[in-house]
Design a protein around this ligand. Sequence first.
Ligand SMILES: Cc1cc2nc3c(=O)[nH]c(=O)nc-3n(C[C@H](O)[C@H](O)[C@H](O)COP(=O)(O)OP(=O)(O)OC[C@H]3O[C@@H](n4cnc5c(N)ncnc54)[C@H](O)[C@@H]3O)c2cc1C
Length: 400
Amino acid sequence: MRTQVGIVGAGPAGLLLSHLLALRGIDSVVVEIRSRAYCEARQRAGVIEDGSVRLLREAGLAGRLDREGLEHGGIYLQFAGERHHIDFRELTGGRTVTVYAQTEVVKDLIARRIAAGGALHFEVTDTEVDHLESERPVLRYTDATGVRHEVTCDAIAGCDGFHGICRLTIPPGLTTVREREYPYAWLGILADVPPSTDELIYSHHRDGFALHSLRSPTVSRLYLQVEPDESIVNWPDARIWAELARRFELPGTGWELKQGPVLDKGITPMRSYVSAPMRYGRLFLAGDAAHIVPPTGAKGLNLAMADVSVLAPALDALLSGDDGPAAAYSATCLNRVWRATHFSWWMTTMLHRTPGADEMAAELQLSQLRYVVSSRAAATSLAENYTGYPPVPAPAALAS
Ligand SMILES: Cc1cc2nc3c(=O)[nH]c(=O)nc-3n(C[C@H](O)[C@H](O)[C@H](O)COP(=O)(O)OP(=O)(O)OC[C@H]3O[C@@H](n4cnc5c(N)ncnc54)[C@H](O)[C@@H]3O)c2cc1C
């Protein structure tokens, strides 16, 4: 078999890349180890930056997002019994984020690729990439019926997430890894209950961080800071709701947390990880395959989309004999990746309780929070990073 770009992974990075390449008339084959149903149900991100919304819109993918997505002009920061609004619109000259679940982005992308006749193979096994230093790298996989395939490509995109195989094929001496694990995890629930808030609430509490997010006008998404090795069996629904109510409590205001049936729950470790460079020969890494951020800054999905918006035109040029944009791909992406990595680390360490931290550390955290909600300069810094920095220009990803 022959294609121009072999894509490993049908997450947001791989699917969007395949669509952006198709807009440029470039063929791709996408292979994915999970089933379509699994990919469409996996609960993950939900906050989409201004620039990512524009990219999806200009790529013709925002029909449902524009109808069902919920535009948010700020967030609340809560600490020491106070809740403060950070007004993104006012601080950044009108920039916002949109709440639209990653599962919906993935459903939209899969539907579009299938309608366009795109080669999208689910439930593959034994994925391999080879001959990456040559101009004809090879993608091998076994399809769902057990037939082995070998696809000769011009380039391969490793969009296979943090646990994928592509990053591991780069000889170890050629990459630099920077990594930090955090001494806590997030217990997340999806609940069949309307949100109790108009904007996301980021709550710093002496017993740990909590986040009130949402996925739609009728479905809430809530998170609790828990121990890194915590087991979900220790958290029956009643305990989760009691702990959430305590960490969001605002005495004397009448505000109450609405509770409802829990549709999904799980525990996610927190990690910052950057592997550089994001290119090895004709292999290009994108999204979580190259970098992971803790979810506090709502950046992972946005970075995945930003990477492939740079990669699509770079591959287009490479296939026409110009290696310039492909040579610049890694450095261009890493500039945004490191900004998001710093912002996510900053939000995480400002808002979580660090196990074993002393009173000095606790006072420093509170001082930082008070500064962010009282200084226009500090609040603007949070707002411009949260809505996406550097702001994404009109998507070059689409120009041919
Ligand atoms: C609880 C949680 C909350 C989050 N909240 C946010 C948020 O609010 N905002 C935000 O921007 N980000 C958030 N993120 C991060 C975001 O979900 C990820 O950054 C995003 O999924 C990255 O997309 P991706 O396509 O790079 O990787 P993935 O979505 O991981 O996709 C990779 C795909 O590759 C497949 N694959 C793996 N190995 C192979 C193989 N060998 N062969 C073929 N296929 C393979 C996988 O099955 C998967 O489908 C959150 C993450 C979590 C866990």
